[in-house]
Design a protein around this ligand. Structure first.
Ligand code: ZN
Length: 228
């Protein structure tokens, strides 16, 4: 295909995304070395935060790998990577409590999380078919409607990524508030918690930005063709 003016911005956003993913690992590793005064492991902090919110029935499981931590809304399980589960550090406790933040969102029916879950099956389908339609539309100029259809499906996927942002930011802010209020971390340690959680949030922002710019690019190509 040809070089589109938007590609310049997309490359910058891609660079940002690469930098963000390096930084999230670097920040995590750095604050993994910093023990916390309360001496809690990621598991202990997560368990106490779940219990404090009445979520006694949500289990916590260790999973292999690094940065593989997540909350499974279908099985209602908090899964923590082994370093997070077993370690007592600023990184471990921050990540563990962030995942509990998602479990709390689920239990209180946080609207953006509900929306995200409702969109998931649609987006699962649309993000699979969108690239094929867009590619076909770009190659065969006479079938511009394929590009238009691809844009509609891709827009759904981009919306999903945008909805993910408030979900992630909200989980982190819930975690930070509770960690300080419940005394898992001290006021001095909060600075490190913010660094770890913000680094993780930036990876979501960068990914959403790339998709959004790509969407604008395809819309520009589509409308330009219609004007010709
Ligand atoms: Zn999250």
């Amino acid at each position: 295909m040809f070089f589109h003016p938007m590609d310049f911005l997309i490359i910058i956003a891609f660079g940002l995304s690469l930098w963000a993913s390096f930084r999230v690992r670097g920040t995590f590793n750095k604050w993994s070395e910093v023990p916390i005064m309360s001496g809690m492991t990621g598991y202990q902090a997560a368990r106490r935060m779940l219990d404090a919110n009445g979520l006694y029935d949500v289990p916590i499981e260790p999973v292999p790998g690094t940065l593989s931590d997540h909350y499974d809304p279908i099985k209602r399980v908090v899964r923590l990577s082994e370093p997070v589960y077993y370690q007592s550090s600023v990184s471990a406790v921050s990540v563990a409590c962030h995942e509990v933040g998602h479990a709390i969102q689920h239990s209180v029916h946080y609207p953006m999380l509900v929306l995200r879950h409702q969109m998931f099956p649609i987006v699962n389908f649309s993000s699979g078919i969108a690239p094929l339609l867009i590619l076909a539309g770009l190659i065969f100029q006479q079938f511009n409607f394929l590009l238009g259809l691809g844009i509609v499906f891709f827009a759904a996927a981009v919306t999903f990524q945008l909805v993910t942002l408030p979900v992630e930011f909200n989980a982190s802010s819930r975690a930070r508030d509770l960690m300080v209020a419940e005394g898992y971390i001290s006021n001095q340690e909060e600075h490190g918690v913010a660094k770890v959680l913000n680094a993780a949030a930036l990876t979501y922002v960068a990914a959403a930005l790339i998709s959004l710019l790509e969407l604008v690019k395809y819309i520009m190509i589509f409308t330009n063709r219609n004007e010709d």
